[in-house]
Each structure stands twice: as C-alpha cells, then as structure tokens.
Design a protein around this ligand. Structure first.
Ligand code: HAM
Length: 470
C-alpha cells in the first residue's frame, strides 16, 4: 500500500453548523418541537431504530470486531450507560463541544448530577481504577461496544444516540502500543472490505502544548476581527479547539498558523517518529494532519482518525473512528499515573460505508421444508416436529398462525421449498404425516416418527449446504 505523507489541508465543511441547544448542567434541557401532535408515537430527533433488515450489516461489523478483539487478546468490558456527570466534566475538557453543548445531563431521583455517556474512554479509565486493574499484568486491554449519547445537531452520519466499539490499552507507554491499535482499527476495516486511511498527528505533552498554545493564541489575536464569536470564545477558553473550527474564515487562517509538530519536545518527537516508523513498517496508508487535535481534552502525544481512502475531507462526519494516547487520564481521575492509548469506531458510519460499497452479509439460510397443519392437535405435533427438524439442521418454515391449507401451501410456494409436510386431524390420529413434493405435486404418507430421516434422504444434499445463518 502506498504511503501518503504530505500534510493535508484543513477540513472544508459543506454544511454550515448551527449551534445545538446547550446542555451543560447549568442550561435547562429544552425539548425541541418535533411535531409532537401527530397521531403516531414519535422518535426523538437524532434517535433511530436499527431495523431487522439492517441487522445483517451490523452483525458483519460486530462479528469482525469480536473476532479481532479475541485475536489481539482484548477483554470485553460492559460499562454503564449512565455515569456521574462529573466523570466527563473532569476528563473530556470544559471547553470541548461534547461537554459544553452535547451532554445529556440531568439530576437523578437521588439528586445527583448524572450524564448519559457521550463516550466510554473516561468510563473505562474509571473502571480501571475502581477494580484495581493497575495490579494486573500490564497492559490491561479492554474493548467495549454500546450506545453513546451526544446532543449534537443531527445530520447524515451524526446521531444523538450512536454506537461505538472501542479498544483501550492501559499501562504501557511504548509507541508500539499506539501503532498496534492503529493496526487493529485498520484490520477491522480490511476484514469488512473497506478501504480506509489514517490521519495522524502528535499533540505532545501538556508542557509542550503550553508553549505552542501561547504562540497559537498570539497568532489568532492578530486576526481576531475575522473570527466568529464561537471561535473567539474557543481562543479564550480552550485555544487548541480552534484547530477543530468549522468556520471557513478560521480554516483559511489556519494555513498560516503555527503547527504543533514544530513545538514538540524531544521525547514527544521521538515517540511520534517511532509510531510512524511502525505504521510504515505495517504498510498502513497514512497522512500527517497537523490540524488533527480531536474533540476531547484528555489526549497527549499520538492522535489519529480513520477515514475512507477516497475521503476528500469535505465533511465533518467523515471520521469512521478515532483515538489516541491519553497518558494523563487515569491520574486526573485520582488513579496512579498510567499511560494509556485507545480508539473508538462509529458503527453507524461504518454500516453506511458498507451500504455505499454494496457490501452485504451472506444470505440467510433458506428453509427447505414447509410445515402445514390443520387443527390444534396438528399444531401441537407440529411444534414438536419443528424442533426435531431444527435440531437435525434442516431449516423449516411454518405458518402456525394460518388455518387454511390453501393459504399455507401458497406460503410454501412463495418460499420455494422443495418439500411440504402436511399434518391433518386424521394423520395425527394415525401417527402419520403427508410428505408433498412441491414440484411434482406427488404426495406420500409416512410414519411421523420417521419424518426427519425420510426428508433428509429426499433432500438434495446441496440444499442443506447453503450459506450459514447470519
Ligand atoms: P470520538 O472521535 O468522539 O472519540 O468518537 C469516535 C467515533 O464515534 C467517531 O469517529 C465517529 O465515527 C463516531 N461518532 C462520534 N459522534 C458521533 C455521532 N454524533 N453520531 C454518529 N457517530 C458518531 C471518542 O469517543 C473517544 N472515546 C475515542 C477514544 C477511545 N480515544 C481513546 N480511546
């Protein structure tokens, strides 16, 4: 795979951003009018159902992640969806969009300020401390999958409830850990058939960031008049966030702005160079992106994002995932200083990319036998017979809810099964069952106890070798 090392231009955003309703603890949670007077029960904006017909693609992703988590010896952890709001306020950063505008914060019945988790890295670090995982052999490698919540402006690829899978590695500060996490992310995409590249940057330690930020603020102060109110506020509160700005004017200014890479201290530079060497060694296509700072404050050193290989950087919803090193996080939460690194992928965006590429899950195994019944006694036998067939690995369809034989045979025809089993009152009394060849219409009456073996013999062997279930 070719290396692409040239720095990329700051992202251009095509859709102008409108501010979402602020949702910090101080702001009232105002529900937007979503046409709530309709007769149908309505979903909240930015929330969605993942329908049965979509589950095949979702399972492709879930299964690939599970397989690789296992292969790379990451252990699954399930973290609560609701946490003390404070956990995120302390770790993600006061001036970040996620904390300032997007958190679902409310007071629970015990009068505690709680939040629906906007991400899970802070929770993983909390769990690492709570369960004394520092005393386990390091690194402690955890992975998770589940819903996150951010009250952002909903649009394509951006939801208020969305699913992430995340990989977090605690306890080792070696650059190879960062590199292997990038490899794992890339491997997930490769397994799924998606062509993805990595954008990568280093934001060094908090010390070298301090000197850089002073320079950055001085640069933007000279151009204050061109900044939006939002960016002026960013400059004051959390200047690094200005590199994330979606304003066109700010993005133009960024081209002449000082770059963090020039302010890295020797140790940070060395760490970053080693990560890049490993990434090159693994032939991972990457781009250095000096504007990549990520939207959360806990990062240090390496930061990275996964985007589709043909991505032009026009959309702020382009990242299929992102992550980086967060060596200070465990300590912020009161634990012993613990280096750590991780990433999370957005499942909705990955599923959308699979759809766009026409990547589909294997077909569901088609039934080869239909069971038709007449009357309740036949239903009772049918329910048992269905289990016998299922246990023998023969996929059976039924229409237990239908009574008329005609309707049931129509259903069997529609499914295109080669064999239908018919059970009426008489057959129940005789302990027999009718086996109907759907193509010729020929029927024979057989001992019900032998139904499975007879059908097994009749079926063409290939019919049972169809693709496995999703
Ligand atoms: P993040 O970049 O905020 O990082 O989110 C990771 C991914 O989640 C994004 O790249 C995107 O695919 C997806 N995502 C984020 N917001 C939305 C949304 N509103 N709708 C749909 N998808 C979304 C984190 O959350 C960090 N915890 C990642 C990490 C793990 N860093 C270290 N370890």
């Amino acid at each position: 795979m070719p290396f692409k090392k040239k720095p990329v231009a700051p992202k251009k955003v095509v859709v102008p951003e409108k501010e979402a309703t602020p949702l910090t603890t101080a702001a009232p949670v105002t529900d937007e009018s979503e046409g709530g007077n309709s007769k149908n029960p309505e979903l909240l904006r930015g929330f969605r159902d993942i329908m049965p017909e979509e589950q095949g693609k979702w399972n492709l992703v879930r299964d690939a992640v599970r397989r690789l988590a296992d292969a790379y010896s990451f252990d699954r952890i399930d973290l609560p969806i609701l946490e003390r709001a404070d956990l995120f306020l302390r770790t993600l950063g006061k001036g970040t969009d996620v904390v300032e505008k997007e958190m679902y914060v409310f007071t629970d019945p015990s009068n505690r300020s709680v939040a629906l988790r906007p991400e899970a890295t802070a929770s993983a670090a909390r769990a690492y401390i709570n369960h004394g995982m520092l005393d386990r052999p390091q690194p402690v490698k955890l992975w998770y999958m589940g819903p996150m919540f951010r009250h952002d402006r909903p649009q394509a690829g951006r939801y208020r409830q969305f699913y992430q899978v995340g990989f977090e590695s605690f306890g080792v500060d070696e650059p190879i850990v960062d590199a292997q996490l990038i490899v794992i992310g890339m491997q997930i995409f490769k397994d799924l058939g998606l062509d993805v590249k990595v954008q990568i940057n280093s934001i060094g330690t908090s010390e070298c960031r301090k000197a850089y930020l002073a320079e950055l603020v001085a640069y933007f102060r000279q151009h204050r008049a061109k900044l939006s109110e939002d960016d002026k506020r960013r400059l004051q509160k959390n200047p690094l966030r200005i590199l994330d700005s979606k304003e066109e004017a700010t993005k133009e200014l960024l081209e002449g702005a000082p770059q963090i890479l020039d302010w890295l201290d020797e140790k940070s530079k060395e760490h970053f160079m080693k990560v890049l060497e490993f990434v090159e060694e693994m032939e991972i296509p990457y781009q250095l992106n000096p504007y990549l700072v990520r939207g959360l404050d806990y990062y240090s050193h390496t930061v990275f994002e996964f985007v589709l290989a043909d991505d032009t950087g026009d959309s702020s919803q382009a990242a299929l995932g992102g992550g980086g090193r967060y060596d200070g996080l465990v300590e912020i939460l009161g634990g012993r200083p613990t280096p750590a690194c991780g990433f999370a992928l957005g499942l909705e965006r990955i599923v959308k990319a699979l759809e766009a590429k026409g990547i589909n899950p294997p077909e569901r195994r088609q039934p080869v036998v239909f069971f038709a019944q007449l009357g309740d006694a036949a239903r009772r036998v049918g329910l048992k017979l269905f289990e016998e067939f299922r246990q023998s690995g023969i996929p059976v369809a039924e229409a237990f809810g239908k009574n008329a034989l005609k309707a049931q045979l129509e259903a069997a025809n529609k499914l295109g099964v080669p064999i239908t089993l018919i059970l009426g009152q008489k057959e129940v009394l005789d302990g027999t069952i009718i086996v109907r060849d759907m193509e010729s219409g020929a029927q024979e009456i057989v001992d019900v106890k032998k139904a499975v073996s007879i059908v097994q013999r009749k079926l063409v062997p290939v019919a049972l070798d169809k693709p496995a279930q999703i």
